[in-house]
Design a protein around this ligand. Structure first.
Ligand code: URQ
Ligand code: ZN
Length: 593
């Protein structure tokens, strides 16, 4: 019997002062629905004040950041990452530490990763495994989607536990990866039906896996074994067919659907058409697809760009997808960050089916969307915030805790320099992989500061993160921005119907009932407009074309008062707040730790 004391588990101690007080002045705040000049005061990881400097008195010892000429935006939310994923006979090299450090360096302050159980593995055991990987390592907050890689009564029961007890509201299905993750239509219908029953969000990787398998067999038999075989096996129409089918299956089950990783104009247009037909569907595209195409990539280099769905050949595709984001055919951007080193990719030399799928994107997503969207004149800054942060927060039901600069929201904040540029390179990126698919690209949009729950983690090019500082963020079921429409509580104006139909409830049966009873349903602007903030005329002097003025913080705030209390509702157009600040525990803070 050992007598030596059991080693005490080393828990990282985060050197945070009790106050964590930061004041950001002279900046332009950009939310998804408006932009305006205001100062921001942060304490203990939460935004406590947003307003003019005349309305707040700052005590000494608070770290002050001058954001003159800079934008203050919500930290990016990347809803699609695969850190340290075991896949294709390798393990993705960006683990939850390097991957989230890179995320923070690029202005993303929350990721939503994927639990991908093996077939016949318990969903909950897989969830526990992912939690054990992520919790000790993440440098920023994170959430989890769970992949439904097989289906049975037991899986259906586990979905209920994941929703009710484990903070999961979104479940990924695959129409590709035959034999590994792929489900058939019958199982997809059962899965979507169960997700609807739980008020969750269904997600789909939409490529027709049967066509891919057939094409792959033929290509290999014809001796086409190089990386070019990857895209040849899954051309755009193989994605578009699955996108359409997924939308119909989900619509028939009345289940909200998130189509992840769209890579082509044809697929984006299908999602836009489904939305205008009243389907509750959201489309995501990726940093890799809006950042570049395969045009001009040499045969020998192609092996490093293999991801699924593939980066498309046409040089037109990135701009077409960015326009889809601008038109609101697509609602958000992810990275699908799943990185392998060159040696791993080389395993597929001579057989493209052996190349582990996945590329980088988590660090460069924000700058790429700014460069290809705002700098290119296709997005305004508000829409940039919508598609890189807010829409993900709303769809996965963590808004406005995340995805907004507002009193009461988490202080996940990026101070963004829209005019600065940086050149992307493996030599300077913070990712663990030994190459970067955007190598040599110069992009506008640079983070001058990144705050993760009030902690300054990136400052003028220096990244100082704390391993394990991030938290798991539960994503509750029934996101109102999704389910209010599904349940007919509001009628979405994006749905094309005739004006008279619209008066008596349009195509919506609940709305029809209300019409018979002469109950007026508030005609709510389309979910996408709400998500994107395209609700009202531009506010005076706004940077964005589609803001709506939602009221402002009122009342004088003297920071020297006895105790800090906030009586302000989270930013729902709230106007009143009363803010008094005590001196930090133990007297004045000695400065920002
Ligand atoms: O398909 C996915 O999303 C996972 C398995 C990562 N691999 C990829 O090619 N994107
Ligand atoms: Zn993925």
């Amino acid at each position: 019997m050992s007598t030596s004391p059991k080693p005490v588990k080393k828990v990282p101690i985060h050197l945070q002062s009790a106050a964590n007080r930061v004041y950001i002045k002279n900046g332009e705040i950009v939310n998804h629905d408006k932009s305006f000049k205001a100062d921001v005061y942060i304490e203990d990881g939460t935004i406590k004040f947003v307003g003019p400097p005349s309305e707040i008195t700052i005590p000494g010892g608070v770290r002050t950041i001058d954001a003159s000429g800079l934008l203050i935006i919500p930290g990016g939310i990347d809803p699609h990452t695969h850190m340290q994923l075991p896949f294709g006979g390798a393990v993705a090299v960006d683990d939850f530490y390097h991957g989230t450090k890179a995320a923070v360096a690029g202005g993303t302050t929350m990721i939503i990763d994927f639990v991908l159980p093996n077939k016949h593995e318990s969903m909950i055991e897989a969830y526990d495994k992912w939690r054990s990987w992520a919790d000790p390592k993440v440098c920023c907050d994170y959430g989890l989607h769970v992949g439904i890689t097989w289906w049975s009564k037991s899986v259906s029961e586990e979905l209920g536990i994941l929703c009710k007890e484990l903070g999961v509201n979104s479940f990924k299905t695959f129409m590709a990866y035959k034999g590994l993750y792929q489900l058939n239509d019958s199982d997809l219908l059962d899965v979507f039906e169960r997700i609807r029953q739980l008020n969750g969000v269904a997600m789909v990787h939409a490529e027709n896996g049967d066509i891919i398998a057939k094409n792959t067999q033929r290509l290999l038999a014809e001796g086409i074994t190089g990386p070019e075989g990857h895209e040849l096996s899954r051309p755009e129409e193989v994605e578009a067919e699955a996108v359409h089918r997924a939308c119909v299956l989900a619509h028939q089950m009345k289940t909200p659907l998130f189509v992840s990783g769209l890579t082509s104009k044809s697929s984006a247009e299908l999602v836009g058409r489904a939305r205008r037909s009243g389907y509750c569907v959201f489309g995501e595209t990726l940093a890799s697809s809006i950042g570049r195409s395969m045009s001009g990539v040499s045969k020998g280099e192609r092996i490093y760009y293999i991801t699924s769905p593939p980066i498309r050949e046409s040089a037109e595709t990135p701009r077409q997808l960015m326009k889809s984001l601008a038109y609101d055919d697509l609602q958000l951007t992810g990275s699908d960050n799943c990185t392998f080193n060159k040696e791993h990719k080389a395993k597929g030399k001579g057989d493209f089916t052996k190349i582990p799928n996945g590329v980088n994107g988590v660090e460069d997503r924000m700058s790429l969307v700014w460069e290809k969207g705002v700098q290119a004149g296709l997005l305004d800054p508000c829409r940039f915030v919508a598609v890189t942060s807010t829409n993900a927060a709303k769809i996965f039901n963590i808004y406005p805790q995340k995805g907004r600069i507002a009193v009461g929201s988490d202080a996940d904040i990026v101070i963004w320099n829209p005019n600065a540029t940086r050149t992307i390179s493996k030599d300077t990126h913070h990712q663990a992989c030994d190459f970067n698919i955007f190598e040599g690209m110069t992009v506008h949009g640079v983070c001058e500061y990144v705050l993760v729950r009030g902690r300054i983690c990136a400052e003028n090019g220096q990244v100082r993160v704390a391993e394990g500082f991030g938290r798991f963020i539960p994503t509750p079921v029934r996101p109102p921005f999704v389910y209010d429409i599904i349940e007919g509580k509001v009628q979405s104006a994006v749905q094309e119907d005739h004006p008279e139909e619209r008066q008596n409830g349009g195509g919506n049966s609940v709305a029809k009932k209300f019409a018979e009873l002469d109950i007026q349903i508030p005609i709510q602007e389309p979910i996408s407009a709400m998500l994107a903030g395209n609700l009202a005329m531009p506010a005076e002097g706004s940077l964005c074309s589609t803001p709506s003025v939602r009221g402002r913080v009122d009342g004088k705030h003297d920071m020297q008062q006895s105790s800090f209390s906030i009586s302000e509702e989270l930013d729902r157009g709230s106007v009143r707040s009363c803010i008094k600040v005590k001196n930090p525990p133990g007297g004045k803070s000695s400065g920002f730790w």
